[in-house]
Design a protein around this ligand. Structure first.
Ligand code: ADP
Length: 348
């Protein structure tokens, strides 16, 4: 397998503070990644379904059927794939949609699988159509159809693949074609944002692993600003830990506020880019509606970044609405950015 097919955790979170391009992010993911069902907090419904599916598959002595996880970045899709591999004592081979550039790349990955392996494809929505079509028979009947030669002399050879499970993740389910979606016979699962209580449990566990002494109110404050997202909670905890470590003190609420305010994270977890987005809709487009491409151009951002990174949380907060004519800012968001302009949020 070529090196570009090796694990590459490219992330769509590219807001400056939450950027996983930050060298900490991957390391952090690995040390704090839950390795048992008990450590994997929340997503109760998905966990229950998966446990049944895995047990039934193991009783039949067959690899589990193919699974698709979708939802905003940082909610635990990759972690679930690793957990399933561990639970089923399978080897996990990991790649991503953009890393598979040619049909040959996929063919090489598939033919290198051993029986019972789990193949994890992150960002599967970025797989191109020609490659997708090679995946269909591989998922359905374990065959790999390869065309050799061109024109009239072209012929297809069919290879039998070892039984394997494909686990795919995407932040953009809408971009997946219906035929591809329908081949995830084990199920298509949507990961939900976490509750504050669940995020606090995650912070508790991470604080223990990182050996951070943390006050209860400090935990609550990090949770409140964590965008209901475990990866963000872990990232914030680590930044706050830095401050506590330098001061040689227990992590307090005041210290959390200081560290996160310094990072430009406000009392509901919005960063500078989120606020710019809201202010742009409000000030440049009279509160909306404004179409996604116009908004993206005004912000010099990719449309995908707006849809994947900023919008899910803003929608969850009820700060923006999607209408057929475009994005609209809500009164709740107006109040929030108004408060920010008065500098009040930092006192909260
Ligand atoms: P995604 O693949 O959805 O972008 P990840 O699986 O990489 O997200 O999760 C990011 C990090 O968040 C993980 O490394 C882990 O530390 C933490 N995390 C995610 N989900 C959970 C969970 N349910 N319980 C505890 N920690 C979690």
């Amino acid at each position: 397998m070529s090196s570009k097919n090796d694990i590459k955790k490219e992330d769509t979170e590219n807001s400056e503070v939450l950027s996983p391009k930050n060298p900490d992010a991957n390391f952090l993911d690995q040390t704090l990644r839950p390795t048992t069902w008990a450590e994997y907090i929340g997503q109760k419904n998905i966990k229950e379904n998966l446990k049944i599916l895995l047990t039934a598959a193991s009783q039949r002595k067959h690899p589990p059927e193919h699974l698709l996880f979708y939802g905003p970045p940082g909610l635990g899709k990759t972690t679930l794939a690793h957990l399933i591999a561990k639970e089923t004592s399978s080897q996990l081979k990991s790649t991503s949609g953009p890393a598979i550039e040619k049909v040959g790349d996929l063919a090489s990955i598939l033919t290198n699988l051993s029986p019972g392996d789990i193949l994890f494809i992150d960002e599967i929505h970025r797989l191109n159509k020609a490659i997708e079509e090679v995946l269909y028979p591989a998922m359905e009947s374990g065959n790999l159809d390869i065309i050799i030669g061109k024109g009239p002399s072209a012929r297809t050879i069919q290879l039998d693949l070892p039984p394997f499970t494909l686990i795919a993740a995407t932040t953009r389910i809408a971009l997946l074609s219906a035929p591809l979606r329908s081949r995830f016979s084990g199920g298509v699962f949507r990961l939900e944002f976490y509750t504050n209580d669940e995020i606090e449990q995650i912070i508790n566990r991470s604080a223990k692993i990182l050996k951070v002494e943390i006050e209860k109110e400090a935990k609550e404050e990090i949770a409140k600003r964590s965008r209901f997202t475990p990866r963000t909670a872990n990232y914030f905890l680590k930044r706050c830990r830095d401050l506590a470590q330098i001061r040689g003190e227990k992590l307090s609420k005041a210290m959390v506020m200081e560290a996160l305010n310094l990072l430009g994270i406000d009392d509901v977890g919005l960063g500078a880019s989120d606020r710019t987005l809201l202010e742009t809709i409000e000030n440049k487009f009279n509160g909306g509606p404004v179409g996604l491409n116009t908004l993206a151009a005004a912000l010099s951002e990719e449309q995908a970044t707006i849809e994947d990174v900023y919008e899910p949380y803003l929608l969850q907060l009820g700060f923006i609405e999607r209408t057929s004519r475009g994005r609209v800012i809500t009164d709740r968001a107006r109040k929030h950015i108004g408060k920010k302009l008065l500098g009040l949020d930092l006192e909260k």
